[in-house]
Design a protein around this ligand. Structure first.
Ligand SMILES: [Zn+2]
Length: 78
C-alpha cells in the first residue's frame, strides 16, 4: 500500500504519468509529456523537481508564473 510520490519528472516518466499544469489565475490547463519537460530542464539548467518547476513555469495564456503542477494520466489513458 501507499501512494506513490512524484517528486521529479523522472518519477512521472517511470510511473507512466504526465505532468498536469494549471494556472492559478486564469485556470488555463495543459498536460505535458514529462520527457519533453525534462529536455527543457536540461537545456535551461533547471532542476527537474516538480515543486521547483512550479515557480519557473509561465502560463501560456495569461503569462503569469502562478501555476499548479501535479501528476496526471497521459492522454488516451483508459
Ligand atoms: Zn493563466
Amino acid at each position: 500500500m501507499g501512494r506513490k510520490t512524484h517528486r521529479t519528472l523522472g518519477d512521472l516518466v517511470q510511473d507512466s504519468r504526465w505532468l498536469y499544469v494549471q494556472c492559478r489565475e486564469c485556470h488555463h490547463s495543459a498536460k505535458l509529456d514529462p520527457r519533453e519537460v525534462q529536455m527543457i530542464c536540461y537545456r535551461n539548467n533547471y532542476a527537474p523537481v516538480i515543486d521547483r518547476l512550479a515557480g519557473q513555469m509561465r502560463c501560456s495564456k495569461c503569462g503569469l508564473k502562478r501555476v499548479y503542477l501535479g501528476p496526471c494520466y497521459p492522454p488516451g489513458f483508459i
